[in-house]
Structures are given as structure tokens and as C-alpha cells.
Design a protein around this ligand. Structure first.
Ligand SMILES: NC(=O)c1ccc[n+]([C@@H]2O[C@H](COP(=O)([O-])OP(=O)(O)OC[C@H]3O[C@@H](n4cnc5c(N)ncnc54)[C@H](O)[C@@H]3O)[C@@H](O)[C@H]2O)c1
Length: 256
């Protein structure tokens, strides 16, 4: 039996075929899931729609997670195509203005900090407020974080506090939604070359550093993150919630 056979899931965060969300969507479809895949705007639609068609998704459309009206409209469509039932959500979304990822952290503007927090952390609450009522039989929610939440990574800047807030939100949501049988977890992935990663100055050095210091002596692939994601989304992880699972070749355990 496939791990997600017959389950209905929403995936946020596919930008192109390099996206971690795309690897998760592909793996989920291969495990028998029915999917609704969103993209952030019309510019992204050109890339995302052909990918979504490859998977034969039930729904593909825009949903900017910084706009409540768009989240409402998206979940109204999800409820319709999935007949009011949802089993899982993949939230693989983050954003910070380029100028806030360069230069000194102390110079982050009030607007830049608020924008990054809104899209990268608050959006998980915005999503779950609409998704949880559709999870009448319980469900599984997964978001993506990075070791920069726990420790300082040069140039990660404002995204560090955003990921720390996101990880705390995972625990608070797990507590709040646990009685309804909804599990909420995060994967802390090692660095992977994607569109978002390209916005972080010195990202190639981060890749080199992680590979040089991780116990497994290498970086991770989107498919390896997707394999762990499928486990957390599936009933195999039915007793796991509020967890941050590192999929980083062991990098996070190292000191010297
Ligand atoms: N690539 C890495 O090294 C790495 C490591 C650990 C964690 N992550 C996290 O994984 C997640 C996915 O990133 P990725 O590396 O696959 O890059 P990506 O650029 O492919 O994905 C980021 C997604 O966020 C979406 N997005 C941005 N603003 C949005 C908004 N307002 N509404 C809806 N969607 C919006 C983008 O359209 C894009 O699809 C992010 O949370 C990222 O922080 C990435």
C-alpha cells in the first residue's frame, strides 16, 4: 500500500523544478496523494502550471499567502475539489527583501522585518486557520525551516528570527490542533540550491561549509527532504507532532 494512498493534500511553495515543494509534491503524488498546488502569482503560473499538469493535480492556482482574501479564495476552491476533506498541508514558503539578506542584520528595516515575518512565519497560521476545519479526520502539516533558526548563519540575517518564530509556531500549532488530531511538524533542511537560496549572499560558501562539516560529508538533495516529508505526512508518523526533524546530513549536531 502506498504511504499517502487516497489522501488529499495542499502544497504551497512550488516556484520551479528546483523547489523543495516540487520534490515533495512529486513524491506525494507517487505515494498516491491527490494534490492541490498553488503558485504565488501569474508570473510563477507559467512555470508551475506545466509541472502541476505532469502530476495530474486536482487544482492549480494562485495564492499569495500575504493576502487573507487570496487564502480564503484558495481554500474555498480546495474545499470544493476535495469535497470538504483535507488530509495534509505542505507549507514550503519564505520571503525576505534582497536588501535585508545583505549587509548588517542590525540595519534590517521595520518594514523588511515585518514583511519577512508575515510571509515566512505568520503565513503558517493563516493557512492552518482555513485548513484545520477541513481536517475532520485529523491531518498532518509540514513546514520547512533551517538551522539559521537555532544558530547564527552569516548572511541569513532576518530569516534567522523568521525561522525561529516559525519553529515556535509549529509547537504552538501542534498544541492547539492536537486535540483535533492534526499534527504539525517541520523539516530543518540542509542548504539546497533553489531560487530562494540564490537570494542569500554567499550561498555557495554555505553549501561548501555544510558539506565539509556534516558527519555524512556531503549536502542533501530535495528528494532526500521529500522522503522525510512523506514519512511525516503519512500515518507512519501518527505519534509525532511539534517536532523539528533535521534532514541535513547531520550538520546541526556539530560543534568543533
Ligand atoms: N534551499 C535551502 O537551502 C533551504 C534550506 C532550509 C529550508 N528552506 C526553506 O524551504 C522552503 C522552500 O524554499 P526553496 O528553497 O524550495 O525555494 P523556492 O524559491 O523554490 O520556494 C520558496 C517559495 O515561496 C514562495 N513564496 C514567496 N512568497 C510567497 C507568498 N507571499 N505567498 C505564497 N508563496 C510565496 C515562492 O513563490 C516559492 O515558491 C522555504 O521556507 C525555505 O526557507 C530552504
Amino acid at each position: 500500500m502506498k504511504l499517502l494512498e487516497g489522501k488529499r493534500g495542499v502544497v504551497f511553495g512550488v516556484a520551479n523544478h528546483h523547489s523543495i515543494a516540487w520534490a515533495v509534491a512529486r513524491a506525494a503524488a507517487a505515494e498516491g496523494a491527490h494534490l492541490a498546488v498553488s503558485h504565488v502569482n501569474d508570473r510563477m503560473a507559467r512555470r508551475v502550471e506545466p509541472l502541476a499538469r505532469e502530476l495530474g493535480v486536482a487544482l492549480c492556482g494562485p495564492c499569495d499567502l500575504s493576502e487573507d482574501a487570496q487564502i480564503d479564495a484558495w481554500f474555498a476552491q480546495v474545499a470544493e475539489v476535495f469535497e470538504g476533506r483535507l488530509d495534509f498541508v505542505v507549507h514550503s514558503v519564505a520571503f525576505a527583501a534582497r536588501e535585508d539578506l545583505a549587509g548588517a542584520f542590525v540595519d534590517t528595516s521595520r518594514e523588511g522585518f515585518a514583511l519577512a515575518m508575515d510571509v515566512s512565519a505568520y503565513s503558517l497560521l493563516g493557512v492552518m486557520r482555513r485548513a484545520a476545519p477541513l481536517m475532520a479526520d485529523g491531518g498532518s502539516v509540514l513546514t520547512m525551516t533551517y538551522v539559521g533558526a537555532e544558530r547564527v548563519v552569516g548572511n541569513y540575517n532576518v530569516m534567522g528570527p523568521c525561522k525561529a518564530a516559525l519553529e515556535a509556531a509549529v509547537r504552538y500549532l501542534a498544541h492547539g490542533l492536537g486535540p483535533a488530531g492534526v499534527r504539525v511538524n517541520a523539516i530543518s533542511a540542509g542548504p539546497i540550491k533553489t531560487l530562494s537560496a540564490a537570494g542569500i549572499p554567499g550561498f555557495r560558501d554555505m553549501l561548501k561549509h555544510a558539506a565539509a562539516h556534516a558527519p555524512l560529508g556531503r549536502n542533501v538533495t530535495p528528494d532526500e527532504v521529500a522522503d522525510a516529508a512523506i514519512f511525516l505526512l503519512s500515518d507512519r508518523a501518527r505519534a509525532i507532532t511539534g517536532e523539528v526533524l533535521h534532514v541535513d546530513a547531520g550538520y546541526n549536531i556539530m560543534a568543533v
